[in-house]
Design a protein around this ligand. Sequence first.
Ligand code: FAD
Length: 646
Amino acid sequence: MAELNPKIPSGRLTDKWLDYKSHINLVNPANKRKLDIIVVGTGLAGASAAASLGELGFNVKVFCYQDSPRRAHSIAAQGGINAAKNYQNDGDSIYRLFYDTIKGGDYRSREANVYRLAEVSNNIIDQCVAQGVPFARDYGGLLDNRSFGGALVSRTFFARGQTGQQLLLGAYGALSRQIHKGSVTMYNRHEMQELVMIDGKARGIIARNLITGELERHFGHAVVLATGGYGNVFFLSTNAMGSNTSAIWKAYKKGACFANPCFTQIHPTCIPVHGESQSKLTLMSESLRNDGRIWVPKNKNDAEQIRKKQLNPNDIPEENRDYYLERRYPAYGNLVPRDVASRAAKERCDAGYGVGETGFAVYLDFKESIQRLGKNVIEERYGNLFQMYEKIVDENPYANPMMIYPAVHYTMGGLWVDYELMSNITGLFVIGEANFSDHGANRLGASALMQGLADGYFVLPYSIQNYLANEIHTPRLSTDLSEFVEAENDVKSHLEKLLNIRGSHTVDHFHKELGKAMWEHVGMGRTASGLKQGIEKIIKIREAFLNDVKIPGELNAINTELEKAGRVADFLELGELLAKDALHRNESCGGHFREEYQTPEGEALRNDDDFMYTAAWEYQGKGKEPLLNKEPLIYENIEVKQRNYK
Ligand SMILES: Cc1cc2nc3c(=O)[nH]c(=O)nc-3n(C[C@H](O)[C@H](O)[C@H](O)COP(=O)(O)OP(=O)(O)OC[C@H]3O[C@@H](n4cnc5c(N)ncnc54)[C@H](O)[C@@H]3O)c2cc1C
């Protein structure tokens, strides 16, 4: 059994982080220079961490597989970033952000971590403004806010529909400064292939130079994984095409526990799937739900006529429209959390009220807000999103309502970490979307950027020192040590094995098959029997992949198919664990909806008596069942109740 000590500091919730910071061990400046830290990932979490650690004086090596840190998936983030500034004077506070996040996550996250997140949220905005991030401002020049799901206040800071890009440029600027100063060494186009452990501690990585194909050994006194989420296990998702699970999966196979793998977020406002050849789904930001109203026809007959293109949505009078979120959840209306909005859309479409050619779409309509505010205001707020929609769908969303449907978007699961963001492998830290912390079973909109930057700018730079203070006597270890050599040999033989299959189907073929099985059996609605079928299918697809995948090209050269194959091989293993986790959790909570467990109104029905824990799965070896460890969740500051957005 793994030892899962969450290391939550004692004392009052409001004092924990301050007390922790005041009492931890620190590393003096002369010793910092002698300590190497490997950071894998240059998204918002990795870039902010590497820049901050470099600025502190550590010797940092940072890796990404793209040609530039600026291409990390974080750049795609559209809608905004939360903070409890209460600039709108609408009743926000650190406690309220903490409360909304715990409730939004359906009471499956750790109180102390979430409170800290809410606490440092305000520092993030100050930090980013100081970096020059061009957040939207109101007429008087003050920072503006909008609303996101699961909150009754406006606490989301934004830069039009490209908040991630602007934040990443800020973090990239800070990172570049450290690269220039020499405290950070950047390794673009390098992919981590394996974690190296020495005497039970994380001590380095094996990385593949994606240009030359060469395998490299890198030592670090500590290793930080900031490698993002694994939503692409579903093949079709809103994630960047390269987003993958490999780094955290390798760490899992070295003993790091994988927490709540089944907690996947399905985002309600994506452009619907339109064909078999599609390889990407496009998000329409949640911010659109501030001004857009979601509806389907009240009459099945109208829906059918729309599907057959015999009726235009604009011809349906108000009284024949079902604004089902406003009807079902009058308090939060169109701004209910994502899991709730997604299920409600699926329910209407399954019942025959869906629109679009496939019947799997609902409307997001701006007619009323354009009338109320004027087209120019809507254009100012969401212009780039409307343009993106028009380019993809070839319809003008100012004139016709947008069509949207839920799609896989984010993974709340990830490697288990304690309060210090260290996994159960000593010296291995995990930050950003790659870890499981903070969001429970459902993440609120605009909270991922907040968490990634909180981890990178404000939490890890402290907590990693508490570990490294005891490492000052550890010299830089030679990468000729047997542990490095063995790890490199393992990677080499794995890649050679994949290349030598020389089968007849492409990597994408198997990835698509996996995605279909995942969506059908492990998607928005899960049942015990469906999950069992899904697991069988995933195993078969994996076997077929290992016998029949065709990877052209060589090992020692650029080989993007080999890169993909390595990632898909890991997805094929993760998919099974994800389904097993979903099968064991006999309850519905947040994004995990087991159809057997629902209230008469179709809401998620938790089972707090039996499942009020984080499920942390431990690898037991090839072909063996993973072991389930449980971290109980204790709520001392929040009353646990059935979520209610009515
Ligand atoms: C379309 C879209 C819009 C979104 N909008 C918002 C929003 O408005 N607000 C919000 O809060 N959240 C939003 N999110 C979620 C948010 O963007 C992500 O959760 C967040 O950016 C993840 O940041 P990260 O730093 O953890 O990882 P990423 O940005 O995914 O970065 C991962 C990094 O790891 C590197 N990497 C991965 N594996 C390896 C490896 N094996 N070796 C070397 N390097 C590796 C990659 O090169 C990359 O640099 C959105 C997500 C999507 C998909």
